[in-house]
Design a protein around this ligand. Structure first.
Ligand code: ADP
Length: 497
């Protein structure tokens, strides 16, 4: 029997690398996953060994390709999706990193960002990049490496060093050092890329003191990125799709039209709303980002994050010990009588649209009847109500009518949560059959470039609904609950709103 075509998606994440082979209809054929070590050299610092990222990527890819082959599917193209903003600088000649990867969570450049902010640079940076001056993004991490590795800035100026986010590092190594490129979504997370012109910005490079010679070429998200060294994966395979993880999920969820939102519920939550051809600036300190770029044409998104989503359930389980498994939360919430009870999970401050890093968690409305079920109910409610706040801020920024909310991530196994999310946001909430949307998005981008698909839009019909949750409470009930929530949030703020 002749093999069927498939696509290998490499999903290089913060704690593990995964490889998934999809068939052309977007079904999972084979999958492999491997964790790697996290390094914490100082408080607030997080590093990865670049070699670990390669080793686990190659190992999982080989395993997935082999298992797919045994199932009669031959991968003919590769897509890469990756943890965003994590920064690597290496020697172009030897391919050796000059320092460990500085991970997105790393806060070592907080002072540098604060100084740039104090000097009044944030509005120019935000206007060009859609981002904020925060250590999270790559620019100050690159500058830190150039400042702290002896001779690095001089060598960078001479063109001897290369910078890459994780996609670029993997691409370089997979192609045997032949390809130094990234895609527009990853470039959009560096603070060096002008999202309106879709090009590296000389003034920003000057501001952060980063030589242009270090930068990769920026290609579309579906493009010819290079071909793998045949010795690595058994044959030479073209790499034809790249996107940062949240951006790939937009593609995997087929959120191709303005107003469509994908929201991923794991430890935290990331929501991206498609805003079409318009890069919408935010009045609410949301991020503006390139959702994906096809045929030279960028599609933009507004992005917002919730720090504590599934983490609230972990807290009930691990710190309070009142549930044994996250999955118990569904049944408990269903049985709760939690009218007027609110948990504000500001364990690490409050993000968009409140932005109060000093706020701390609180629970309001306790009565003699409040028990375990009610705590669980309030924790799940907080996830829905925080999502509602994000969506409201995005609607306010974009003046775009929001369509459906497509969800994925570990929490969406919880049907009660998704019904409540529909009730409290007033939007239809849709859970797809394939919830590996990040990897699927990378596979779709590669398949598009390989000519396996006509257009992104042609993939819409492949998106397959598992279940749709429709709002089932009245507008006035929703308003009443949301008002109570805002009252609770206000009582936790330290900024006196
Ligand atoms: P991450 O990628 O951030 O590690 P996952 O997407 O694997 O996260 O999701 C895990 C999170 O989802 C955990 O915080 C866990 O508490 C939560 N979770 C898992 N299953 C459920 C469930 N059935 N109901 C509510 N929360 C859940």
């Amino acid at each position: 029997m002749a093999d069927n075509n498939g696509i290998l998606a490499i999903d290089q994440g913060t704690t593990s690398s995964r490889a998934i082979v999809f068939d052309l209809e977007g079904h999972i054929v084979a999958t492999a996953q491997e964790e790697f070590s996290q390094h914490y050299p100082h408080s607030g610092w997080v590093e990865h060994e670049p070699q670990d990222l390669i080793d686990t990527t190659l190992d999982t890819s080989r395993r997935a390709l082999k298992a797919a082959k045994a199932a009669g599917v031959h991968a003919c193209s590769i897509g890469i999706t990756n943890q965003r903003e994590t920064t690597i600088v290496w020697d172009r000649q030897t391919g050796e990193p000059v320092h460990n990867a500085i991970v997105w969570q790393d806060r070592r450049t907080a002072e540098r960002c604060a100084a740039l902010k104090a000097a009044g640079h944030e509005s120019m940076v935000a206007e060009r990049t859609g981002l904020l001056l925060d250590p999270y993004f790559a620019a100050t991490k690159i500058a830190w490496i150039l400042d702290n590795v002896r001779g690095a800035r001089e060598r960078a100026r001479k063109g001897e060093l290369a910078f890459g986010t994780v996609d670029t590092w993997l691409l370089w190594r997979l192609t045997g050092g032949r390809s130094h490129a990234t895609d527009a979504t990853n470039a959009s997370r560096t603070l060096l890329f002008n999202i309106h012109r879709q090009a590296w910005d000389d003034e920003l490079l000057g501001l952060f003191d980063i030589p242009a010679a270090i930068l990769p070429e920026v290609l579309d998200s579906a493009d010819d990125f290079g071909t793998t060294d045949p010795e690595l994966l058994g044959s030479a395979l073209p790499i034809e799709g790249i996107a940062g993880d949240q951006h790939a999920a937009v593609v995997g969820q087929c959120c191709f039209r303005p107003g469509m939102i994908k929201s991923t519920y794991g430890t935290g939550c990331f929501a991206l709303m498609n805003t079409g051809e318009t890069a919408v600036p935010s009045q609410n300190r949301m991020l503006t980002t390139t959702a994906y770029r096809i045929n030279g044409k960028p599609t933009f998104a507004l992005e917002g994050a919730i720090f504590i989503a599934g983490a609230a359930i972990q807290w009930l389980r691990d710190e309070l010990g009142i549930i044994a498994h996250a999955s118990q939360s569904e049944g408990l919430a269903n049985d709760a009588e939690a009218e007027g009870l609110y948990m504000v999970p500001a364990f690490t401050g409050l993000g968009a649209p409140w932005w109060d890093p000093n706020a701390r968690g609180a629970i309001f409305g306790l009565t003699r009847n409040t028990g375990v079920a009610e705590f669980v109910h309030a924790a799940l409610d907080s996830v829905c109500l925080q999502t509602g706040d994000l969506l409201e801020a995005m609607a306010d920024d974009s003046q775009t009518k929001q369509a459906t909310l497509r969800v994925d991530g570990g929490m969406v196994a919880n049907n009660w949560l998704l019904q409540r999310l529909a009730d409290l946001t007033g939007l239809d909430v849709e859970r797809p059959r394939v919830i590996e949307t990040t990897a699927l998005g990378a596979a779709y981008l590669a398949g598009l470039q390989h000519g396996l698909y006509q257009s992104l839009e042609s993939l819409e019909s492949q998106w397959s609904l598992d279940e749709r949750f429709k709002p089932a409470i009245s507008h006035s009930s929703r308003e009443h609950i949301v008002e109570g929530w805002h009252d609770a949030v206000r009582r936790t703020l330290t900024t006196g709103r």
